[in-house]
Design a protein around this ligand. Structure first.
Ligand code: A3P
Length: 345
């Protein structure tokens, strides 16, 4: 009797074990295949006629796998040669604006199989010491990519630094330039919040926003305050227009990128002449973060770092009103130049 029960138990365990192993094997195979055939890239009809922006499937695998290793510098020269990988100068640069959503834009564009991002801000054109190192130094800072992919970097300081437009023009006069903007007063407060957090981390005290943004002698907006100056978008853009025609710029609505990222990204895909590959699948709202996060495939997704999406301090409403009134005429000019109108007050 005891022997019979033991045999029955052994049989049950065998069936359960087989089921568990079977499910595991199925899952592994499924995750593997989904990783290869990402839902953002159904194979058929994805690319136009052959040769027009066609991206080999292996590029997709590479971007999420081996390319990552290459980026980390773990590749041998032989591997790089074998896979035809190159470090390319950027075909497009996110030149600003600081706190406009530059990181979110770069990371979201990187969802596209034909885009490769430079992870760090390189500060080549705004930093004299870096610039003196020459263009080869800059190129070597770029990630490895396939020749048909485009490299994008972002350094928001470029937008407001005097020397940068001429320097970029000298590198590539037909480069595409992306500017992501937010309602100017909100952007200025976001800028202040970042600096404030830095001071607090070092246990330092700092002025209130109101004190910095308003000149105590005149009670007018303090145009010497950098966070205010940066938000006068038209002034900076006018400097850039001495070198590049307006067609080479694309303005991204940073406020809309927060609430509704996909249409903004689709406009950028169009501007960069990329086939539309970023889909709603790649972007999901994370209620805990209060922001959209990125989904590369069934196994790999990520949200931006906690330093993106800080809680802003309360600012006196009369100061906000004053700032909004101050920015108003500059905004009108900005709309007129760029042909893109925002509902900024
Ligand atoms: P706040 O911290 O003021 O909210 P940048 O990358 O240029 O420094 O911009 C930071 C801003 O990006 C953040 O400003 C945040 O609002 C915005 N942002 C846009 N999309 C985001 C996202 N998906 N996750 C986190 N922050 C995002």
């Amino acid at each position: 009797m005891l022997f019979k029960q033991q045999a029955l138990l052994r049989q049950k365990l065998f069936v359960l074990g087989s089921l568990a192993i079977g499910s595991l094997l199925y899952l592994v195979a499924r995750v593997g295949s989904l990783d290869r055939l990402q839902p953002l890239c159904p194979i058929d009809g994805r690319f136009g006629p052959r040769g027009q922006g066609e991206i080999p499937l292996r590029a997709l695998q590479f971007k999420r796998g081996l390319l990552h290793e290459f980026r980390k510098g773990n590749a041998t020269k032989e591997q790089i040669r074998l896979h035809n990988l190159v470090q390319q100068l950027p075909k497009a640069i996110i030149i600003g604006v600081r706190k406009g959503g530059t990181r979110a834009l770069l990371e979201m564009l990187n969802l596209h199989p034909a885009v490769v991002k430079a992870s760090q801000e390189i500060h080549f054109f705004d930093n004299d010491e870096n610039y003196a190192k020459g263009i080869e130094w800059y190129r070597k800072k770029m990630p490895f990519s396939y020749p048909h992919q485009i490299t994008i970097e972002k350094s928001p300081a470029y937008f407001i630094t005097e020397e940068v437009p001429e320097r970029i023009y000298k590198m590539n006069s037909s480069i595409k330039l992306l500017i992501i903007v937010r309602e100017p007063t909100t952007r200025a407060i976001s800028d202040y919040t970042q600096v404030l957090e830095g001071k607090e981390r070092k246990n330092k005290t700092y002025y209130k926003f109101e004190k910095l943004a308003i000149d105590p002698n005149t009670c007018e907006v303090n145009t010497k305050y950098k966070a205010v100056r940066t938000s006068i978008y038209t002034k900076h853009l006018e400097r850039w227009l001495k070198y590049f025609p307006i067609e080479q710029f694309h303005i991204v609505d940073g406020d809309r990128l927060i609430t509704e990222p996909l249409p903004e990204l689709q406009l950028v895909e169009k501007f960069l002449n990329l086939p539309p590959r970023i889909s709603q699948y790649n972007l999901y709202f994370n209620a805990t973060r209060g922001f959209y996060c990125l989904r590369f495939n069934i196994v790999f997704n990520k949200c931006l770092a906690g330093s993106k999406g800080r809680i802003h301090p309360e600012v006196d409403t009369s100061v906000i009103t004053k700032l909004r009134k101050f920015f108003h005429p500059f905004n009108q000019k900005f709309y007129q130049i760029t042909g893109r109108t925002f509902n900024w007050p």
